[in-house]
Design a protein around this ligand. Structure first.
Ligand SMILES: *[C@@H]1O[C@H](CO)[C@@H](O)[C@H](O)[C@H]1NC(C)=O
Ligand SMILES: *[C@@H]1O[C@H](CO)[C@@H](O)[C@H](O)[C@H]1NC(C)=O
Ligand SMILES: *[C@@H]1O[C@H](CO)[C@@H](O)[C@H](O)[C@H]1NC(C)=O
Length: 394
Protein backbone atom coordinates (compact mmCIF):
# COMPACT_ATOMS: atom_id res chain seq x y z
CA UNK A 1 0.00 0.00 0.00
CA UNK A 2 1.23 3.43 -0.89
CA UNK A 3 1.69 5.72 2.08
CA UNK A 4 2.56 8.86 0.20
CA UNK A 5 1.55 12.40 1.04
CA UNK A 6 -2.21 12.76 0.88
CA UNK A 7 -3.30 16.17 2.03
CA UNK A 8 -6.81 16.62 3.27
CA UNK A 9 -8.71 19.76 4.06
CA UNK A 10 -11.78 20.38 6.03
CA UNK A 11 -13.38 23.16 7.96
CA UNK A 12 -15.76 24.09 10.68
CA UNK A 13 -18.17 21.21 10.41
CA UNK A 14 -15.68 18.97 12.15
CA UNK A 15 -16.11 20.78 15.42
CA UNK A 16 -19.71 19.62 15.51
CA UNK A 17 -18.55 16.03 15.45
CA UNK A 18 -17.25 16.54 18.95
CA UNK A 19 -20.73 17.24 20.25
CA UNK A 20 -22.28 13.88 20.92
CA UNK A 21 -25.92 14.72 20.65
CA UNK A 22 -27.76 16.79 18.09
CA UNK A 23 -29.66 18.82 20.68
CA UNK A 24 -26.59 20.61 21.94
CA UNK A 25 -27.37 23.84 20.10
CA UNK A 26 -30.58 24.44 21.99
CA UNK A 27 -28.93 24.23 25.41
CA UNK A 28 -28.58 27.36 27.46
CA UNK A 29 -25.17 28.76 28.32
CA UNK A 30 -23.74 29.79 31.70
CA UNK A 31 -25.43 33.09 32.62
CA UNK A 32 -23.03 35.98 33.13
CA UNK A 33 -22.57 36.79 36.77
CA UNK A 34 -23.33 33.20 37.74
CA UNK A 35 -21.81 32.07 40.98
CA UNK A 36 -22.23 28.74 42.69
CA UNK A 37 -22.87 28.46 46.37
CA UNK A 38 -22.49 24.89 47.44
CA UNK A 39 -20.45 23.21 50.08
CA UNK A 40 -16.88 22.00 50.31
CA UNK A 41 -18.25 18.86 51.96
CA UNK A 42 -20.76 17.90 49.25
CA UNK A 43 -20.18 16.95 45.63
CA UNK A 44 -22.28 19.06 43.24
CA UNK A 45 -25.43 17.48 41.85
CA UNK A 46 -24.87 16.13 38.33
CA UNK A 47 -28.60 16.05 37.66
CA UNK A 48 -29.60 19.66 38.26
CA UNK A 49 -28.96 22.42 35.72
CA UNK A 50 -27.45 25.61 37.06
CA UNK A 51 -30.87 27.23 36.54
CA UNK A 52 -32.29 24.76 39.07
CA UNK A 53 -34.20 22.54 36.63
CA UNK A 54 -33.82 18.80 37.22
CA UNK A 55 -32.42 16.50 34.54
CA UNK A 56 -34.92 13.73 33.94
CA UNK A 57 -34.27 12.55 30.38
CA UNK A 58 -31.27 11.53 28.27
CA UNK A 59 -31.95 14.50 25.98
CA UNK A 60 -31.76 16.85 28.95
CA UNK A 61 -28.56 15.11 30.09
CA UNK A 62 -27.03 15.96 26.69
CA UNK A 63 -27.59 19.62 27.54
CA UNK A 64 -26.38 19.22 31.10
CA UNK A 65 -23.27 17.54 29.72
CA UNK A 66 -22.62 20.62 27.58
CA UNK A 67 -23.12 22.76 30.65
CA UNK A 68 -20.65 20.65 32.65
CA UNK A 69 -18.12 20.89 29.82
CA UNK A 70 -18.52 24.68 29.85
CA UNK A 71 -18.11 24.75 33.65
CA UNK A 72 -14.88 22.73 33.46
CA UNK A 73 -13.53 25.17 30.89
CA UNK A 74 -14.56 28.25 32.75
CA UNK A 75 -13.52 27.20 36.28
CA UNK A 76 -10.68 24.78 35.94
CA UNK A 77 -9.21 23.94 32.54
CA UNK A 78 -9.43 27.19 30.61
CA UNK A 79 -11.23 27.60 27.28
CA UNK A 80 -11.10 25.25 24.33
CA UNK A 81 -9.89 27.33 21.38
CA UNK A 82 -12.22 28.08 18.46
CA UNK A 83 -12.33 25.52 15.62
CA UNK A 84 -9.32 25.63 13.31
CA UNK A 85 -9.65 26.36 9.59
CA UNK A 86 -7.97 23.22 8.38
CA UNK A 87 -6.17 20.11 9.42
CA UNK A 88 -4.04 18.35 6.82
CA UNK A 89 -2.39 15.04 7.45
CA UNK A 90 -0.08 12.54 5.82
CA UNK A 91 1.30 9.23 6.99
CA UNK A 92 4.91 8.38 6.37
CA UNK A 93 7.72 6.46 7.99
CA UNK A 94 5.76 5.54 11.09
CA UNK A 95 4.49 9.02 11.74
CA UNK A 96 1.21 10.84 11.39
CA UNK A 97 2.24 14.28 10.15
CA UNK A 98 -0.44 16.76 11.16
CA UNK A 99 -0.56 20.40 10.09
CA UNK A 100 -3.20 22.63 11.64
CA UNK A 101 -3.80 26.07 10.15
CA UNK A 102 -5.78 29.15 11.03
CA UNK A 103 -5.37 32.80 10.16
CA UNK A 104 -2.17 32.34 8.25
CA UNK A 105 -0.45 30.42 11.03
CA UNK A 106 0.40 26.74 11.19
CA UNK A 107 1.12 24.23 13.92
CA UNK A 108 2.78 20.94 12.95
CA UNK A 109 3.23 17.86 15.04
CA UNK A 110 3.97 14.26 14.20
CA UNK A 111 2.84 11.53 16.62
CA UNK A 112 4.52 8.17 16.02
CA UNK A 113 2.44 5.20 14.89
CA UNK A 114 3.32 1.59 15.63
CA UNK A 115 1.15 -0.67 13.49
CA UNK A 116 0.46 -4.37 13.97
CA UNK A 117 1.51 -6.50 11.02
CA UNK A 118 -1.21 -7.16 8.47
CA UNK A 119 -3.62 -4.93 6.59
CA UNK A 120 -6.01 -3.81 9.28
CA UNK A 121 -7.99 -1.74 9.81
CA UNK A 122 -6.81 -1.93 13.41
CA UNK A 123 -8.06 -0.45 16.63
CA UNK A 124 -5.65 2.08 18.09
CA UNK A 125 -4.67 3.57 21.42
CA UNK A 126 -3.36 7.11 21.62
CA UNK A 127 -0.82 7.38 24.43
CA UNK A 128 0.14 10.71 25.94
CA UNK A 129 3.86 10.56 26.49
CA UNK A 130 3.95 6.77 26.04
CA UNK A 131 1.86 3.76 27.02
CA UNK A 132 2.38 2.05 30.34
CA UNK A 133 -0.54 -0.34 29.99
CA UNK A 134 -0.01 -3.40 27.78
CA UNK A 135 -1.08 -2.70 24.19
CA UNK A 136 -2.21 -5.95 22.54
CA UNK A 137 -0.18 -6.78 19.44
CA UNK A 138 -3.27 -6.42 17.25
CA UNK A 139 -3.84 -2.82 18.37
CA UNK A 140 -1.95 0.14 16.88
CA UNK A 141 -0.14 2.53 19.23
CA UNK A 142 -0.06 6.26 18.50
CA UNK A 143 2.29 8.18 20.78
CA UNK A 144 1.83 11.90 21.29
CA UNK A 145 4.66 14.04 22.61
CA UNK A 146 2.25 16.16 24.64
CA UNK A 147 4.88 18.21 26.48
CA UNK A 148 5.86 19.66 23.10
CA UNK A 149 2.23 20.81 22.66
CA UNK A 150 2.07 22.43 26.12
CA UNK A 151 4.83 22.35 28.70
CA UNK A 152 4.01 21.43 32.29
CA UNK A 153 6.14 24.40 33.26
CA UNK A 154 6.36 27.31 32.58
CA UNK A 155 2.86 28.47 31.67
CA UNK A 156 2.20 29.29 28.05
CA UNK A 157 5.12 27.42 26.53
CA UNK A 158 4.60 24.95 23.67
CA UNK A 159 3.30 24.69 20.13
CA UNK A 160 -0.31 25.21 21.23
CA UNK A 161 0.48 28.58 22.77
CA UNK A 162 2.63 29.69 19.83
CA UNK A 163 -0.33 28.97 17.57
CA UNK A 164 -3.23 30.46 19.55
CA UNK A 165 -2.71 34.03 20.57
CA UNK A 166 -5.47 33.72 23.12
CA UNK A 167 -4.49 30.22 24.14
CA UNK A 168 -2.72 31.61 27.15
CA UNK A 169 -5.64 31.02 29.49
CA UNK A 170 -5.97 27.41 28.49
CA UNK A 171 -4.25 25.02 30.87
CA UNK A 172 -1.89 22.31 29.67
CA UNK A 173 -4.33 19.42 30.09
CA UNK A 174 -6.91 20.88 27.74
CA UNK A 175 -4.17 21.82 25.27
CA UNK A 176 -3.04 18.19 25.24
CA UNK A 177 -6.61 17.02 24.72
CA UNK A 178 -6.97 19.51 21.86
CA UNK A 179 -4.00 17.79 20.17
CA UNK A 180 -5.61 14.37 20.71
CA UNK A 181 -8.71 15.71 18.94
CA UNK A 182 -6.56 16.80 15.97
CA UNK A 183 -5.19 13.24 15.81
CA UNK A 184 -8.81 12.04 15.63
CA UNK A 185 -9.48 14.57 12.85
CA UNK A 186 -6.50 13.22 10.92
CA UNK A 187 -7.50 9.57 11.39
CA UNK A 188 -11.07 10.26 10.28
CA UNK A 189 -10.09 12.26 7.24
CA UNK A 190 -7.32 9.99 5.98
CA UNK A 191 -9.45 6.92 6.68
CA UNK A 192 -8.48 3.29 7.26
CA UNK A 193 -7.24 2.72 3.70
CA UNK A 194 -4.43 5.18 4.29
CA UNK A 195 -3.79 4.80 8.00
CA UNK A 196 -4.80 1.11 8.54
CA UNK A 197 -6.56 2.44 11.65
CA UNK A 198 -10.29 2.29 12.32
CA UNK A 199 -11.19 5.74 13.71
CA UNK A 200 -14.28 4.26 15.38
CA UNK A 201 -12.13 2.06 17.62
CA UNK A 202 -9.74 4.45 19.28
CA UNK A 203 -8.79 4.60 22.96
CA UNK A 204 -6.62 7.03 24.92
CA UNK A 205 -4.24 6.39 27.79
CA UNK A 206 -1.49 7.99 29.83
CA UNK A 207 -0.11 7.74 33.35
CA UNK A 208 0.29 10.25 36.17
CA UNK A 209 0.14 13.79 34.66
CA UNK A 210 -0.44 12.15 31.30
CA UNK A 211 -3.22 10.13 32.90
CA UNK A 212 -4.91 13.41 33.86
CA UNK A 213 -4.47 14.47 30.23
CA UNK A 214 -5.84 11.17 28.90
CA UNK A 215 -8.92 11.54 31.13
CA UNK A 216 -9.54 15.09 29.88
CA UNK A 217 -9.02 13.91 26.28
CA UNK A 218 -11.70 11.25 26.64
CA UNK A 219 -14.00 13.73 28.35
CA UNK A 220 -13.69 16.35 25.61
CA UNK A 221 -13.85 14.20 22.47
CA UNK A 222 -16.73 11.80 22.15
CA UNK A 223 -15.07 10.08 19.19
CA UNK A 224 -12.77 8.40 21.75
CA UNK A 225 -14.36 5.04 22.53
CA UNK A 226 -12.27 3.99 25.53
CA UNK A 227 -10.53 6.16 28.13
CA UNK A 228 -7.82 4.50 30.25
CA UNK A 229 -6.33 6.96 32.75
CA UNK A 230 -3.64 5.31 34.88
CA UNK A 231 -2.54 6.50 38.34
CA UNK A 232 -3.71 10.02 37.53
CA UNK A 233 -4.81 10.77 41.11
CA UNK A 234 -5.88 14.36 41.81
CA UNK A 235 -6.87 16.14 38.61
CA UNK A 236 -7.90 12.75 37.25
CA UNK A 237 -10.38 10.65 39.23
CA UNK A 238 -9.69 12.45 42.51
CA UNK A 239 -12.39 14.86 43.69
CA UNK A 240 -10.88 18.12 44.94
CA UNK A 241 -13.22 18.21 47.94
CA UNK A 242 -12.31 14.73 49.15
CA UNK A 243 -8.61 15.44 48.51
CA UNK A 244 -8.88 18.59 50.65
CA UNK A 245 -10.31 16.59 53.53
CA UNK A 246 -7.56 13.98 53.21
CA UNK A 247 -5.03 16.78 53.39
CA UNK A 248 -6.74 18.24 56.45
CA UNK A 249 -6.56 14.79 58.01
CA UNK A 250 -2.81 14.82 57.53
CA UNK A 251 -2.32 12.76 54.36
CA UNK A 252 0.42 13.94 52.00
CA UNK A 253 -1.80 14.15 48.94
CA UNK A 254 -1.54 16.29 45.82
CA UNK A 255 -4.25 18.89 46.41
CA UNK A 256 -5.67 21.75 44.39
CA UNK A 257 -3.72 24.52 46.15
CA UNK A 258 -0.46 22.77 45.44
CA UNK A 259 -1.29 21.80 41.84
CA UNK A 260 -2.13 25.36 40.90
CA UNK A 261 1.17 26.68 42.25
CA UNK A 262 3.51 24.16 40.75
CA UNK A 263 2.27 23.04 37.37
CA UNK A 264 0.52 24.63 34.41
CA UNK A 265 -2.01 21.87 33.77
CA UNK A 266 -5.00 23.96 34.82
CA UNK A 267 -6.16 27.45 33.97
CA UNK A 268 -4.71 30.21 36.15
CA UNK A 269 -8.35 31.11 36.99
CA UNK A 270 -8.66 27.88 38.96
CA UNK A 271 -6.59 29.52 41.70
CA UNK A 272 -9.67 31.57 42.68
CA UNK A 273 -11.43 28.42 43.86
CA UNK A 274 -8.77 26.13 45.29
CA UNK A 275 -9.14 27.62 48.78
CA UNK A 276 -12.90 27.98 48.51
CA UNK A 277 -14.12 24.70 47.06
CA UNK A 278 -17.73 25.35 48.06
CA UNK A 279 -17.81 27.90 45.20
CA UNK A 280 -16.66 25.35 42.62
CA UNK A 281 -19.75 24.18 40.69
CA UNK A 282 -17.99 21.00 39.66
CA UNK A 283 -15.84 18.21 40.96
CA UNK A 284 -14.25 15.28 39.21
CA UNK A 285 -17.16 12.85 39.52
CA UNK A 286 -18.52 15.07 36.74
CA UNK A 287 -15.42 14.40 34.65
CA UNK A 288 -16.47 10.75 34.54
CA UNK A 289 -19.91 12.09 33.59
CA UNK A 290 -18.44 13.78 30.51
CA UNK A 291 -17.02 10.45 29.35
CA UNK A 292 -20.29 8.57 30.03
CA UNK A 293 -21.69 6.41 28.59
CA UNK A 294 -18.51 5.56 26.66
CA UNK A 295 -15.94 3.09 27.99
CA UNK A 296 -13.87 4.26 30.96
CA UNK A 297 -11.49 2.19 33.05
CA UNK A 298 -9.80 4.14 35.83
CA UNK A 299 -6.60 2.46 37.03
CA UNK A 300 -5.37 3.64 40.41
CA UNK A 301 -2.79 2.76 43.05
CA UNK A 302 -3.90 2.49 46.69
CA UNK A 303 -0.28 2.33 47.85
CA UNK A 304 0.68 5.93 47.05
CA UNK A 305 -0.86 8.53 49.38
CA UNK A 306 0.07 11.33 47.01
CA UNK A 307 -2.48 9.96 44.51
CA UNK A 308 -5.25 10.32 47.11
CA UNK A 309 -6.53 6.72 47.23
CA UNK A 310 -9.71 7.48 49.25
CA UNK A 311 -10.43 10.40 47.02
CA UNK A 312 -10.15 8.51 43.73
CA UNK A 313 -12.20 5.63 45.12
CA UNK A 314 -14.89 7.90 46.55
CA UNK A 315 -15.02 10.17 43.55
CA UNK A 316 -15.26 7.18 41.19
CA UNK A 317 -18.13 5.83 43.30
CA UNK A 318 -19.97 9.14 42.83
CA UNK A 319 -19.05 9.40 39.14
CA UNK A 320 -20.31 5.93 38.41
CA UNK A 321 -23.77 7.04 39.55
CA UNK A 322 -23.94 9.09 36.35
CA UNK A 323 -23.31 5.91 34.36
CA UNK A 324 -26.03 4.29 36.48
CA UNK A 325 -28.44 7.06 35.51
CA UNK A 326 -27.61 6.37 31.86
CA UNK A 327 -28.24 2.63 32.39
CA UNK A 328 -24.62 1.89 31.58
CA UNK A 329 -23.03 1.33 34.97
CA UNK A 330 -20.58 -1.33 33.79
CA UNK A 331 -19.21 0.92 31.08
CA UNK A 332 -17.20 2.56 33.84
CA UNK A 333 -14.66 0.45 35.66
CA UNK A 334 -12.39 1.27 38.59
CA UNK A 335 -9.44 -0.90 39.58
CA UNK A 336 -7.19 0.12 42.46
CA UNK A 337 -4.44 -1.90 44.10
CA UNK A 338 -1.25 -1.21 45.99
CA UNK A 339 1.72 -2.72 44.21
CA UNK A 340 5.39 -3.04 44.84
CA UNK A 341 6.20 -1.82 41.36
CA UNK A 342 6.97 1.81 40.84
CA UNK A 343 4.41 4.48 39.98
CA UNK A 344 3.04 3.85 36.46
CA UNK A 345 4.07 0.23 36.26
CA UNK A 346 0.87 -1.72 35.78
CA UNK A 347 0.84 -4.58 38.28
CA UNK A 348 0.22 -8.07 36.89
CA UNK A 349 -2.99 -8.26 38.93
CA UNK A 350 -4.60 -5.48 36.84
CA UNK A 351 -3.53 -6.64 33.37
CA UNK A 352 -6.68 -8.73 32.97
CA UNK A 353 -8.89 -5.73 33.72
CA UNK A 354 -7.19 -3.58 31.09
CA UNK A 355 -7.43 -6.43 28.58
CA UNK A 356 -11.13 -6.90 29.39
CA UNK A 357 -11.87 -3.24 28.59
CA UNK A 358 -9.78 -3.24 25.41
CA UNK A 359 -11.42 -6.48 24.24
CA UNK A 360 -14.83 -5.03 24.90
CA UNK A 361 -14.51 -1.44 23.62
CA UNK A 362 -11.83 -1.65 20.94
CA UNK A 363 -11.76 -5.23 19.69
CA UNK A 364 -15.43 -6.27 19.92
CA UNK A 365 -14.25 -9.52 21.45
CA UNK A 366 -16.60 -9.47 24.41
CA UNK A 367 -19.89 -7.97 25.46
CA UNK A 368 -18.93 -6.61 28.80
CA UNK A 369 -17.08 -6.57 32.07
CA UNK A 370 -17.98 -5.45 35.57
CA UNK A 371 -14.99 -4.05 37.40
CA UNK A 372 -15.18 -1.86 40.48
CA UNK A 373 -12.62 -2.81 43.05
CA UNK A 374 -10.02 -1.72 45.55
CA UNK A 375 -7.76 -3.77 47.79
CA UNK A 376 -8.30 -1.33 50.69
CA UNK A 377 -11.13 -1.08 53.17
CA UNK A 378 -11.99 2.59 53.45
CA UNK A 379 -14.03 4.36 56.05
CA UNK A 380 -15.78 6.16 53.20
CA UNK A 381 -19.49 6.85 53.16
CA UNK A 382 -20.81 8.10 49.86
CA UNK A 383 -23.91 9.43 51.59
CA UNK A 384 -21.76 11.96 53.43
CA UNK A 385 -20.68 13.50 50.11
CA UNK A 386 -23.74 13.04 47.98
CA UNK A 387 -27.07 14.67 48.88
CA UNK A 388 -28.70 14.15 45.47
CA UNK A 389 -30.70 11.31 44.09
CA UNK A 390 -29.96 9.40 40.91
CA UNK A 391 -32.68 9.48 38.27
CA UNK A 392 -32.98 6.78 35.65
CA UNK A 393 -32.78 8.83 32.48
CA UNK A 394 -35.00 7.59 29.68
C1 LIG B 1 -32.77 25.37 32.40
O1 LIG B 1 -31.82 25.01 31.40
C2 LIG B 1 -32.17 23.88 30.63
C3 LIG B 1 -31.03 23.56 29.70
O2 LIG B 1 -30.70 24.61 28.88
C4 LIG B 1 -33.47 24.12 29.90
O3 LIG B 1 -33.83 22.98 29.16
C5 LIG B 1 -34.54 24.46 30.91
O4 LIG B 1 -35.74 24.78 30.25
C6 LIG B 1 -34.12 25.63 31.78
N1 LIG B 1 -35.10 25.84 32.84
C7 LIG B 1 -35.64 27.02 33.08
C8 LIG B 1 -36.60 27.07 34.22
O5 LIG B 1 -35.37 28.02 32.41
C1 LIG C 1 -27.48 19.61 48.94
O1 LIG C 1 -26.52 20.51 49.45
C2 LIG C 1 -26.49 21.77 48.76
C3 LIG C 1 -25.29 22.55 49.27
O2 LIG C 1 -25.34 22.73 50.64
C4 LIG C 1 -27.81 22.49 48.95
O3 LIG C 1 -27.80 23.72 48.28
C5 LIG C 1 -28.91 21.60 48.42
O4 LIG C 1 -30.16 22.20 48.66
C6 LIG C 1 -28.88 20.22 49.07
N1 LIG C 1 -29.83 19.36 48.39
C7 LIG C 1 -30.70 18.63 49.04
C8 LIG C 1 -31.59 17.76 48.22
O5 LIG C 1 -30.76 18.61 50.26
C1 LIG D 1 -10.93 12.47 57.84
O1 LIG D 1 -10.97 12.08 59.19
C2 LIG D 1 -12.29 11.92 59.73
C3 LIG D 1 -12.14 11.64 61.21
O2 LIG D 1 -11.37 10.52 61.45
C4 LIG D 1 -12.97 10.77 59.00
O3 LIG D 1 -14.28 10.59 59.47
C5 LIG D 1 -13.02 11.12 57.50
O4 LIG D 1 -13.57 10.03 56.78
C6 LIG D 1 -11.62 11.42 56.96
N1 LIG D 1 -11.76 11.88 55.60
C7 LIG D 1 -11.14 11.33 54.56
C8 LIG D 1 -11.45 11.91 53.21
O5 LIG D 1 -10.36 10.41 54.64
Amino acid sequence: MKLGPLPILFGFSLHLLQIPYSLAESCSTIPSGYSFSGSSALLPDPFTFINGTKVTTKDAWACRREEISALFQSYELGPLPPPVESVTATVSLGRLNIVVSAQGKTLSFAPSIRLPSGNGPFAAIIALGGASVPIPNNVALITLNNEEIAATDPRGRGKFFDFFDRGQKTGGLLAWSWAVSRIMDALEELGPTTTKINPDRVGVTGCSRNGKGAFISGAFDSRIRLTLPQEAGSGGMGCWRIVAEMKKNGTKVEDATQIINGDQWFSADFSKYVNDLGKLPLDHHLLAGLVAPRGLLVIENSGIDYLGPVSTYGCASAGRLIYTALSSERHMGFAQVAHGSSHCQLPASLRGDVTAYIDWWLLDKSTGANIFKTDKIYNFHLGRWVNWTVPILA
